[in-house]
Design a protein around this ligand. Structure first.
Ligand code: BEZ
Length: 211
């Protein structure tokens, strides 16, 4: 059975470009992003890991640790990092997991045999401090992911977890958010002193609470 939202993200020990890692220990009490790519020394993957390195500060600000994964070995990862740094003008410092026996890829359902028998697809998991899976996305090998969207989802998830609000379609940092259905309008008015705009009894907006 593959992983689903709300499931506990499986723990693992892994060889990585930053040494041996116990996943849960590495995440500590913070958030995590674990993402797979098909193979080292490939063009789209090079840009994805470069963009992640460029956004490293944004992930850190949000208390998120990032880990990449492919089924290539450590030596290959280390050589490729030089190319990523050179071509994308970055310094990759997050760990890249060498999952040569595919045990982590199998546990997370990152191999989709009808796409490729051998390589991981572009899977990405956001994992909360409770070690539960909060988001899963899967992209084909030919499409690089949007890492600004990953940050946007993390912002939304952290708002939900801290303030009981949800975010509407295409929400961007600073825009109004939605009062979750579990909070009554009476409680919302007390809880959100910046005001509650009631469009329908089930559709209530409030300014972003942490702005
Ligand atoms: C790439 O990263 O560019 C790539 C990898 C596998 C298939 C197609 C593209």
């Amino acid at each position: 059975m593959s992983l689903r939202l709300g499931d506990i993200a499986p723990n693992f020990k892994a060889q990585t470009t930053a040494g041996e890692i116990d996943f849960y220990e590495y995440l500590g009490t913070g958030w995590g992003v674990l993402f797979s790519h098909p193979a080292d020394y490939t063009p789209v993957c090079t840009t994805e890991l470069g963009k992640t390195a460029l956004l490293q500060g944004e992930f850190e600000k949000r208390n998120v640790k990032v880990l990449a994964l492919s089924v290539d070995g450590l030596d290959k990862h280390k050589g490729w990092i030089n190319d990523i740094n050179e071509t994308q003008h970055v310094n990759v410092s997050f760990p890249i997991i060498a999952d040569e026996d595919k045990s982590i890829a199998e546990a997370y359902g990152m191999i989709h045999p009808n796409a490729s028998e051998t390589f991981t697809v572009r899977s990405l998991f956001i994992i909360g401090p409770d070690k539960k899976v909060k988001l899963m996305i899967t992209y084909p090998a030919s499409t690089g992911r949007n890492f600004f969207e990953v940050l946007r989802v993390i912002d939304s998830l952290q708002l939900t977890s801290n303030f009981s609000v949800a975010t509407p379609a295409d929400w961007k940092e600073g825009e109004d958010v939605i009062v979750v259905p579990a909070v009554s309008t009476e409680d919302a008015i007390k809880k959100f002193p910046k005001g509650v705009k009631i469009v329908k009894p089930y559709l209530r907006y409030t300014p972003q609470p942490n702005k």
